[in-house]
Design a binder for this molecule. Structure first.
Ligand SMILES: C[S@@+](CC[C@H](N)C(=O)[O-])C[C@H]1O[C@@H](n2cnc3c(N)ncnc32)[C@H](O)[C@@H]1O
Length: 229
């Protein structure tokens, strides 16, 4: 019998109710037209631009997938920890890091809500595509985790589906649970409202379609740089 006795029971029940993409199957089959699979060796343009402007010592990436941003950071002398739920993605990321001799990155297959960070602090946290897959009941906890592991004045780079483009569904949080969405698009207003509670908005903009042999960016994404006050 299933009963809800604690807040954790409630969250577990909602997690099961909203279980979305099977990420191990996604990375095994590779049959979805997702640009981050196609350009799996290229970092996000906003990450490259950011690293060219800032001197960052250490970073953490959530939902790192096959490690394209984390490997780029490591090769640019940033000590990096990178986490993803999918063991397949993490195996691929570790292999790619070995092949490209990126030594300053540690990849771990873990659910971000189960990681024990103790007193760790990072100068930069990156989320390229995980926030828009989180169910609304997990978002507040996620914002607290990002904030708690960022050093004072640390930066948070967030890339998520942009409202008004074809990439994802535009639903409010009630509709999310009614229709069991797997990815949600955000407006600039909504991103400022949610993340602005905790962070200062440094740079928020719509993405453009850009690809070269160093980096890529997509018009389906909204790109944000926030800073902890
Ligand atoms: C859209 S993919 C983006 C992957 C990668 N950031 C990239 O752009 O190449 C979202 C990733 O978030 C991961 N993910 C989703 N929920 C997670 C969770 N609770 N903890 C850790 N990773 C998670 C998925 O396994 C998936 O690899």
């Amino acid at each position: 019998m299933n009963y809800i006795n604690t807040m954790e029971d409630l969250f577990d029940m909602l997690d099961r109710y909203t279980e979305g993409v099977d990420w191990d199957a996604f990375y095994t089959k590779r049959d979805k037209p997702a640009p981050f699979l196609k350009y799996h060796n290229l970092p996000d343009k906003c990450v490259v631009d950011f690293i060219n402007k800032h001197n960052i010592r250490n970073a953490c990436e959530f939902g790192c997938g096959e490690g394209r941003n984390a490997i780029y950071l490591a090769k640019n002398n940033v000590d990096t920890e990178a986490y993803d739920l999918s063991e397949i993605a993490i195996e691929n990321a570790k292999r790619k890091a070995r092949e490209s001799k990126a030594e300053k990155v540690v990849f771990k297959a873990e659910n971000i809500f189960a990681i024990d960070f103790r007193d760790k602090k990072f100068g930069l946290v990156i989320d390229s595509g995980i926030f828009h897959h989180l169910a609304p009941h997990r978002r507040l906890q996620y914002r607290d985790i990002v904030s708690s592991i960022l050093a004072e004045k640390g930066y948070f780079i967030l890339l998520c589906f942009a409202a008004g483009k074809d990439g994802a569904d535009e639903v409010d949080d009630y509709e999310f649970y009614r229709s069991r969405q797997t990815g949600v698009a955000f407006t600039e207003e909504r991103l400022k409202e949610f993340w602005g509670e905790t962070f200062d908005a440094v740079d928020l903009r719509e993405g453009e379609n850009i690809v070269n042999d160093q980096m890529w960016e997509s018009e389906y994404l909204y790109i944000c740089v926030f800073q902890k006050g």
